[in-house]
Design a protein. Sequence first.
Length: 629
Amino acid sequence: MAQIIPNLDRHTLARMTSGEKRVAEALKKLLEDDYLVWYDIPVGRQRRYPDFIVLHPSRGLLFLEVKDWKPETLKRLTKSDVTLLTGRGLVSEMHPLEQARQYTYKVLDMLSRDPQLCHQTGHHRGKLVMPYGWGVVLTNITRKQIVQAMPEESREILLPDHLMIYKGEFSGEIDPEDFQERLWNMFTYQFGQQLSLPQVDRIRWHLFPEIRIDVPRQADIFLPSHVTDNPQEMLPDVIRIMDIKQEKTARNLGGGHRVIHGVAGSGKTMILGYRCQFLAQTLQKPILVLCFNITLAARLRSFISAKGIDAQVQIYHFHDWCGQQLKTYHVELPTGETPIFERQVAAVVQAVENGFIPRAQYGAVLIDEGHDMEADWLKLIVQMLPGDGPGDDPLLLLYDDAQSIYTKKPGLGFALSSVGIQARGRTTILSLNYRNTREILDFAYGFVHHYLTPQSSDDDHIPLLEPEAAGASGPIPDVQQLRSFKEELDCAVAYIRHWRDNGAWLGDIAVLYPARFQGEKLSQRLKKENIPCQWLDSRATKMTYDSEADILTLMTIHSSKGLEFERVVMIGIGQMKDDDEAKRQQAARLLYVGMTRARKYLLMTSSGNNEFSQRIMAEQARLQKQIKK
């Protein structure tokens, strides 16, 4: 059974004509599991919308146009256009075969610029490594009717038999082999080779730029075409892209309230970015994105700006958003002894209830790191939606209990339905981790699982997930037990120098620490060593965090939530307090967050002898023992 993207749920079926529904069911039922089929998804820079795109590793790439015309509505036919009788009278449209041919050659031109998708040697050097073709499905006209109405010579010119599928030739009773033979007779180019998985991913990378991960600005598909005279120079050798499950999750979100519960590195924030792009094309009101981490908010703003939709998408740290609401609507902040951020939230809640701050300000709300949000915060946020009906407004909550580091108890501690989030039956689980190497993920979860308590599971209370590794292998995390904090600084600087001397980009290195004084000491040391560094030591520096600068980033582990780096150094672990059970759980979660920021290289240093330093040494020894076996 083929994979149809997006799923054939009620939202997708509502967009389909009756003929498209029948064709979609046929493709799903009559093709094998290794076929990928996309319905009505825009392709490439010019955002053209083929009805169906079919991709198979050995068969190649096929574009299908579907028409629900009836014999009595088809009045005139030429090679370039058709004339139809409609309720509006006679209407001229492009010939569907010409339409499909144009889609195909636009895509082929794009794909053929990628050397990794072309033959490098031999008779076919420079040509695409895969077959390709196009065709048309007429869902309400039989082949017999066309044969009776049109002589063979005309059919060969206007509706070539091998490029057409007619009514009755794609029903559930048709033999799958006969149906597939009709499809692959449509290919005008049939030599090729079996596509590798990386090549399939590269094809998807070209077809659907919105599912790319961390696209450099100079290679962004949304840049104007005149940016470079040679597009081939823009192509990266190694690409990062959503896998099929992530892509299906992103495209299948549909309307209403949705919850995505995913482990660290499963692509939650990436799906949020895709959702922003989609909603920005469909909504008139602005889109609100909220998170709890100031640094993450800065990174998200950079991402959204690169996609060219920052005018439609507003991204805030939650308490900054509260402050902005008070300022915009001239609501005074009440005095009191409680922290200012608590008074800000209370003031906004009260002002909304009293009508001083309006509800329904946004067309959609997306919440990243939702596990750090309090019940009254979420109840407030839900009121900012249009209010079309319970659970009908676009809302997306991204959640991972293992990364809950700001609350004293695991889990949300309340039912989502109690704060107005109606997501029962609309929760997606992402358990695959794509960010970290298998060794880093094994190490991090091996450490933290000693401190985590699984929660009961239902549609509201999401269970704690054990992550599954989907990334590549790499070196095991390096744990250094040292005699003093000065030696920790020496070790960190030595590693950074070594990485930089061997060509590492400083912008992809982060040093994380649990206490501010540790960051201050390292910042002073890096300055003496002439190692460029952005130290995120204040609200101002966090808000202006530049994720694209070629300088090392120094921040607390708390501030690293939602971010990722190729190389991460964690210092000061042995100085973390472990004498209280509740604090010990929180500290363990914090360390887990820090560990899972590293994509490939992780160094952890300790100059104390607390429970955490003992556990990370034990985890290193466990992995080393596994390797020896």
